[in-house]
Design a protein around this ligand. Sequence first.
Ligand SMILES: NC(=O)c1ccc[n+]([C@@H]2O[C@H](COP(=O)([O-])OP(=O)(O)OC[C@H]3O[C@@H](n4cnc5c(N)ncnc54)[C@H](OP(=O)(O)O)[C@@H]3O)[C@@H](O)[C@H]2O)c1
Length: 306
Amino acid sequence: MSKILLIGGTGFVGTAIARQLTAQGHILRFATRRRDRAKHLITLPTAEVVEANVHDPRVLEQLMRDQDVVISLVGILRGNFMRAHAELPEKIAAAAKAAGVRRIVHISALGAAADAPSAYLRSKAAGEEALKRSELDVTILQPSVIFGQGDSFLTLFSSIQACVPVLPLACPNAQFQPVWVEDVAAAVVHSLAQSESIGQTYALGGPRTYALKELVAYAGAVAGHRAAIIGLPAPLSYLQALAMEIVGGPMTRDNYYSMQKPNVCAQAPSLPFGLAATPLEAVAPGYLRDGRWRAGNDRFREHARR
Ligand SMILES: NC(=O)c1ccc[n+]([C@@H]2O[C@H](COP(=O)([O-])OP(=O)(O)OC[C@H]3O[C@@H](n4cnc5c(N)ncnc54)[C@H](OP(=O)(O)O)[C@@H]3O)[C@@H](O)[C@H]2O)c1
């Protein structure tokens, strides 16, 4: 049993990790900017939710005092990428050293690279480098897009198709290898249990690669409200991303840049530790059918502060 601090653990992925770690009897501490947004975690039997500014090095060090492990998960899709994805991991490493915590599991993203096409992926690479430089006991996980109850991906495409008969889709041929959120959580749990994972970076993907248009069509079909999907060519895809960026929609030019490279694992198997990747088709109908995608909409409202 370990004492584990989760930074960025109140969201979609952190909640799944929390469920699995709690089942193993670990004692969890979550840092959040707003405690009222982490109500769902307060009820976990061995969890403590602390409202804190994790960008303040002294606060970080205090949060880590008496902890055995830090799981670092902060991620954003728009805003100051370097602050959230690169400077914060650097601060986490410094605070961990000061507080005497050696073990860190860090969630990055598949495709993170210094020469990646998007600022999101380049900042994720900078965060990885900061943690590798720290000489702490670090494991890095790089998931492709993640699906599961409450995701912001299949749920989004399903909910859009409930409202429109025709869906003009940017980057229709972008390649993804969607991985189930519970498989990502299992990879975290196994990383902590297996000391061979220290110093390693693992790509995490599902069993299959899909074009974006396939995933969108699948989400609509399963949810029972399929729109006609019109794949946009590159210039129109860019313009759609720009327009959405301006109005605060679910896409930005940086997302567009990310999708210029296939988001797929370079090697098989797509999961480490002998884990079997769960097919999308085995899970997605369970939360996309019967309007259960509405649960995911709450996350968008929250994001939009509505
Ligand atoms: N979901 C995916 O498909 C996917 C794919 C690849 C990689 N990832 C990575 O996996 C990690 C978790 O993703 P997720 O889907 O669980 O994200 P999420 O649901 O949006 O949760 C994001 C978390 O980050 C915290 N956070 C956001 N902005 C912050 C900021 N400026 N300062 C401090 N904390 C901030 C939030 O905390 P509070 O709001 O409670 O403060 C929340 O706990 C991220 O690093 C993401 O890049 C996700």
